[in-house]
Structure formats: C-alpha cells, structure tokens
Design a protein around this ligand. Structure first.
Ligand code: XMP
Length: 524
C-alpha cells in the first residue's frame, strides 16, 4: 500500500498563515492529507489526486477583488464533501451564487472581526456533533470580509454578533463553510469539527505510524534496489530516524558518516556513534576532523564567516568519506513535510537572509547522487512517533534541536579550544539542572553561550577574572518565533551557583530574556 492507496484529503491553500495546522489536526485523526497551493490545483490535478474530501483554507485576499484566488469549478462536481474555512467560506459562497461584502469597521450585521468570538448554534448539524451543545461556543475569527447572502441550498447553523453566517451548510451536497478558524488553539474544541467532517466523509483513519513504517520500507527497497546509500548523520532527530528507517529497509547497504567538527556538546559524539554502531548495528564512519575545523576557524569572529567556513568544510569532509564507499548511488536526507510544502507567496519578493543555515543541499548534484527522503510526508512530531516505533530511545527522540554549526555559534567572538571546553561543561550542568527539575520537555530548546567578555568576581578570599556565560531557554512551535522560558528565580539562582562552582573559567551567569523576534534563538 502506498500513500496514494490511502483515503486522501486535499487541502487547497489560499495562503492562510495557519494552513499547516489544518493538516496537523487531520493527521492527528489518522487521516492522510496533502496541502497544495490553489494555483497548482487544476482539473487534471483533481482527477489524478482523487480526494475523498476537500478543504479550502483561509487566506489574506478578498473574493470581492477581481482575479482573487479560486479553486477550479470542477471541485464542486466531484461529489465529495467540501469544507471552507474563512476565506474558503467566502470562496464557496461567491462561487455557488451567494454574495460577499467587504468588512465594515462597526455597525450591525457582518463586520470585520479579529480575535475571540462566541458562536450560537442554530439547529442540529452533524458537523457540530459533540461540540455545539451549550448556548454558545468560543471560536477564533480573523476576517475582514463577510458573507452577505447565502448561496442557494445553504442554511445557517451558527451565528456570532458580527458574523450572521458563522456556520453554514448545504447538507444535501455535503458542503460546509465556516467563518472562524477551527484549526487554531484559540478555538478550543475546533478539533471536533474536523473529526466530524472526516467521519461524515467516510475516512477510516488508516494513516497510522505502523502502516507508514511498512510502506516506507517497501518504498525505500523499491527505490534503492541493491545500490548503496550514504547518510550524513548529525545526531539530530531527523537524520537519525531517516537512518534507522533506511537501515531497517536495506540493512548494510546503508553507511552513515558522522562528521565530528569539534563543535559538539559534552560526550555527544560518543553517544551518537555508540548508539548507532553498537546498539543498532548500523555502520557509522566517525569522521574525526576536529583539527581541520578548529584550525580553519582560528581568529575568525564574524558569525557569517564562521557559518560559511563550517558549511564548506562539512561538504568537503562528507564528500571525502563518502568517496571511500564504493558504488554509493543514493544520499539519504531527513527532509520533513514543512520543508516540502510549497507555500503561497503573496509578497513575491525574496526574503532577507538572517543567517545562512548549513546543510548538504548542493551535494547530490556535485556527487552525482540520487536522494532518498523517507520523511518527506511527515511533520516533526510524526517523525518522533516513527522514531519510537523504530525503537530509538525516548530520551534521544525528545532531544532539543541542535544547529549544524554547533557550539561555534554559541561562542560569540573568537573560538578557542579553551572556551569550547568551558562552554561544554557549563552547558552540561545547565541541561542537567533542567532535566532534574523536570522541565526538559516543556522547553523547546535550551543551551548555554559563552560570552566574549571576562568579568571580575570574588571566590573565597580571592579575586577571579573569568568568562561570563548566558543561559538561553525558549518555548516555540517551529523555531520561527520563540519566547523565553519563565524559569523561577530559585531555579536560576541554583543553576548559576552550580555553574560557577562546578565550571572553572566562569564566574558570572546571566539569563537571556529576549523573544524571537526581535532576537534569534541562537546568539549568532
Ligand atoms: P535562530 O537562531 O535562527 O534558530 O532563531 C532557529 C533554529 O534553527 C537552529 N539553527 C540551525 N540549524 N543549521 C541547523 O541545522 C544551522 O545553520 C542553524 N542555525 C540555527 C537553531 O538552533 C534553532 O533551533
């Protein structure tokens, strides 16, 4: 069975910021779905995709504007249930003969509405089963335009003070259209609406991790045949799960290369190599290239130069080791679904480069390799579930992200071996504290940075002149935005004392309380 044999739901993306959340809600219900930008959804595409149901996402445009985004008309003739959300509701109304008006700032009837709102149910609708049972329910609205007249066949099943057509349906055709966003956290019971929608569309919930594992293995065997595969193992969750899965599929045809650039955390290389080599019996080349990297970084303090040097050397080193594996034809990569989704860009312009992330992007063409990307259909938490399914230890699966350039970008200014040693020890104490206090899983990422300043302190009766370090801990969903973690003063005080007592070379500890934006998570 391949993904195309599953019941498939199509999400047509009109550019909402939260379209991915719709997919998340559906995957949680074991429903296979794909997001496609409206421009790509043609009559031929629909025929080939053969969705069992369709969802229209929200979007920033106005259907009252000439040339605004629309799905092909044939979508309404597929005979499958359709759910329109916000802009998607307005599209459906306009396409099917209703009327949409631009938002008014105040006044009765339909007006622009942003934020929390309360919807009153009107009559019974299967889509709302188990949810709209009290007098009113909280939802999240974010719309400028509103529906002013329903399309023929539609009825109203819920109203809010500013959206008289908050919930509408044509039950004969199984078309549903809501003004609010059921996929967001601020619509507390919104998941129920998706559950009811997929139930009435007849989805059986056949998208499970066990099934995915079996299919992915069959697919890898089919793609790779008897050829050899190489994988750059970083020790992160994505490349580790990809490696474990490919190993299960093709065994020793896979060789992993773990590039040790000397910028790893305390005992990290041994842990990663030990786990794969000894516990999983997976062939791993431990490329000990610390001297090469640290030598090239000597005297360099500019963040982008550091990143460029590390990125370039990484590719050279990986290629050197990969060349020793005779007959390798494939390169494995832990690419995830969010990297693959072609999002709808309304600005059109290129975005500013804040930091040049390093990856092995250019390698396949350079080395004449084909890609194996067995995680392309998964979200991060699904990758974690797959890792557990494959028997990777829980503490490994739940590890915080770690950047490719490693400690280099946590050591602002010049990098020296001595500073790296101090940083490793301080970071280990900090993470130990977080684990001991049971906070590790609440925090998205935590680490220590060693600052390029030395400060005066007093320990015992003596003067010290040592480095200051900064602790960083953030909450985030995807690393794109983040907030600092609100540790208690007791925790911060205890951690500072431990670091200063246990780590020679540090006599001052600070806590970074910058959110992203305006800061970034890493210091460089
Ligand atoms: P920033 O510092 O940009 O980081 O807010 C966002 C997330 O990305 C990680 N990061 C990287 N990951 N290669 C990576 O694989 C990189 O070059 C890189 N730079 C930052 C960072 O740790 C955080 O999780």
């Amino acid at each position: 069975m391949s993904t195309s044999d599953h019941d498939r739901l199509l999400i047509i993306d009109f550019g909402s910021q939260v379209t991915q959340l719709i997919a998340r809600r559906l995957r949680e219900l074991s429903v296979y779905c794909e997001i496609h930008p409206y421009q790509n959804v043609t009559d031929e595409f629909l025929a080939e995709f053969a969705p069992k149901a369709v969802i229209f996402s929200g979007g920033p445009d106005s259907v009252t504007r000439e040339g605004s985004p629309r799905p092909p008309r044939s979508v309404y003739g597929l005979g499958v249930p359709i759910l329109g959300i916000c802009y998607g509701q307005q599209v459906m109304m306009q396409d099917l003969g209703g009327r949409v008006e631009g938002g008014k700032i105040s006044g009765g009837g339909g007006t622009a509405e942003f934020g929390r709102a309360f919807v009153r149910p009107e009559g019974k609708l299967d889509l709302l089963r188990g949810w709209f049972e009290s007098e009113r329910e909280q939802v999240w609205m974010s719309h400028g335009d509103h529906v002013a007249a329903l399309a023929p066949g539609f009825e109203v099943f819920g109203t809010s003070p500013h959206a008289p057509f908050a919930i509408t349906a044509d039950t004969a055709r199984n078309f549903y259209a809501v003004q609010f966003h059921p996929e967001v956290h601020h619509t507390p019971n919104g998941a129920k609406l998706y559950e009811n929608f997929v139930t009435l569309a007849g989805f059986g919930g056949d998208w499970t991790m066990g099934a995915y594992r079996e299919e992915a293995i069959a697919k890898i065997r089919d793609q790779v045949g008897s050829a050899k595969v190489i994988c750059a193992l970083s020790g992160g969750v994505d490349s580790s799960v990809a490696a474990a899965l490919i190993h299960e599929a093709v065994g020793d045809q896979l060789t992993c290369v773990f590039v040790d650039h000397g910028l790893l955390r305390l005992d990290e290389a041994e842990e990663v190599v030990g786990m794969f080599r000894d516990h999983m019996n997976l062939p791993v080349i431990h490329a000990q290239e610390q001297e090469l990297f640290l030598g090239a970084l000597e005297g360099v303090s500019d963040p982008e130069t550091k990143r460029k040097i590390i990125g370039r050397l990484f590719i050279d080193v990986f290629q050197k080791y990969a060349d020793q594996i005779a007959g390798a034809q494939f390169l494995a990569q832990g690419t995830l679904y969010p990297d693959v989704i072609e999002s709808v860009s309304f600005s059109g312009g290129p975005s500013v480069t804040i930091k040049s992330h390093h990856n092995v992007g250019g390698l396949p063409e350079k080395m004449g390799l084909k890609l194996v990307e067995p995680l392309r259909e998964l979200f991060k938490d699904e990758v974690r579930a797959l890792g557990r399914e494959l028997g990777l230890p829980a503490h490994f699966i739940g590890r915080h992200p770690f950047p490719g350039p490693g400690l280099a970008i946590r050591c602002p200014g010049e990098i020296t071996r001595a500073k790296l040693e101090i940083l490793r020890k301080a970071d280990a104490v900090y993470i130990d504290q977080i684990r001991k206090h049971g906070l590790y899983d609440e925090i998205w990422q935590a680490f220590c940075a060693i600052l390029p300043v030395r400060t005066v302190g007093v320990m015992g009766d003596g003067r010290t002149y040592d480095y200051a370090c900064a602790l960083r801990a953030v909450t985030s969903v995807d690393g794109m935005t983040a907030d600092y973690y609100p540790f208690s003063h007791d925790f911060l005080g205890e951690t500072a004392t431990r670091i200063i007592n246990e780590v020679e070379g540090i006599n001052r500890v600070t806590y970074d309380i910058t959110s992203k934006p305006p800061g970034t998570i890493e210091w460089e």
